[in-house]
Structures are given as structure tokens and as C-alpha cells.
Write a protein that binds this ligand. Structure first.
Ligand SMILES: [Fe+2]
Ligand SMILES: [Fe+2]
Length: 174
């Protein structure tokens, strides 16, 4: 007789664990971006406050996409507990440097997951996460280009307010 429990999901345990870890990472990123949005709003960087609020929404949608995938495959997606959100930042520029760092970290996580998928011969999940890897190209591009604005415009005088205004124009055309 076949083991019905093991038929519930074809998701490999190691891959499922990595997906749940990623769900938590995306939720953490969402909360972090929300904290950054608040910081910008308080400092009067209104366009950046908007930028980070949108980033927060995007990260939440990434979380939900992964969440649904795990359950659709018969696995168990875990609703993540989010702690340790940084709410104080050194400077306006600091926010974007942290953003780039975070996004590079996420790219590494997805690359590691891709490697696990291949090792475990889970080509369905391997294909599913290609979308996220593509998304990371865009996320890193935007963060890098915003940091570039700091170097280009400079922070003296009304520089930071100029940068704030330009942020909404940074787009990845792919
Ligand atoms: Fe994300
Ligand atoms: Fe992201």
C-alpha cells in the first residue's frame, strides 16, 4: 500500500524549507521598507517615502506569490513572524545602501535555492523562481542607480531634495 502522507506533496523537504525561509525574508524586507518609508516621511523626503511604501507592497506580493506556490504544491507555507526591524537610519544615503545590500542578499538566496532545486531535481520550483531572479536584476539596478544619484547630484545645499525628486524617475527598462 502506498504511503498517502508522502503523496500529499512532491516538494522536497529541503526545497520547501528554503521556500519558507524566503517567505520570511520577503516579509522582513516588506516591513523594513515600510520603516524606511516612515523615516523618509518624517524627514520630508516625500518621493522616497512613496518609493519605499511601494517597495514594501512589492515585497509583500513576492511573499504571497511564494506562499501560494508552497501550498499549491501540497506543502505547508508558514506565516512568518517578523522581528528586528531597523527603524533608525544614519542618513538618507544609508537607506539606499542598505537597500542595495538587502537586494544583493536576496539574489544570493535565490541563487542558492536554484542550486538546491537542481541538486534535488525539482525543476518545477527551479522554473518558478526564475521570475524572482529576473526581478532581482531590476531591484539591484534601481538601488544602484539611486546611489549613483547621490554621487552625481551631491548632498550639499538642496542636493538631497533634488535626489528625492529624481528617485521616482529611476526605472529599469530591461
Ligand atoms: Fe522581493
Ligand atoms: Fe526586493
Amino acid at each position: 500500500m502506498k504511503d498517502l502522507v508522502s503523496l500529499k506533496t512532491s516538494l522536497n523537504q529541503e526545497v520547501e524549507r528554503a521556500l519558507n525561509h524566503q517567505i520570511k525574508t520577503e516579509a522582513h524586507a516588506s516591513s523594513t521598507y515600510l520603516a524606511m518609508s516612515s523615516w523618509c516621511g518624517e524627514q520630508g523626503y516625500d518621493f522616497s517615502a512613496d518609493f519605499f511604501a511601494k517597495q514594501a507592497e512589492e515585497e509583500r506580493s513576492h511573499m504571497l506569490k511564494l506562499f501560494k506556490y508552497v501550498n499549491d504544491r501540497g506543502g505547508r507555507a508558514i506565516s512568518p513572524e517578523i522581528t528586528n526591524i531597523t527603524t533608525d537610519f544614519d542618513s538618507f544615503r544609508d537607506l539606499f545602501e542598505r537597500t542595495l545590500e538587502m537586494e544583493i542578499h536576496v539574489t544570493h538566496l535565490f541563487n542558492d535555492m536554484a542550486e538546491k532545486c537542481i541538486r534535488q531535481k525539482d525543476f518545477v520550483t527551479f522554473q518558478f523562481i526564475q521570475w524572482f531572479l529576473q526581478e532581482q536584476v531590476q531591484e539591484e539596478y534601481v538601488a544602484r542607480h539611486i546611489i549613483g544619484l547621490f554621487d552625481l547630484i551631491g548632498e550639499q545645499g538642496s542636493g538631497r531634495w533634488q535626489i528625492d525628486k529624481q528617485i521616482q524617475k529611476v526605472k529599469y527598462e530591461g
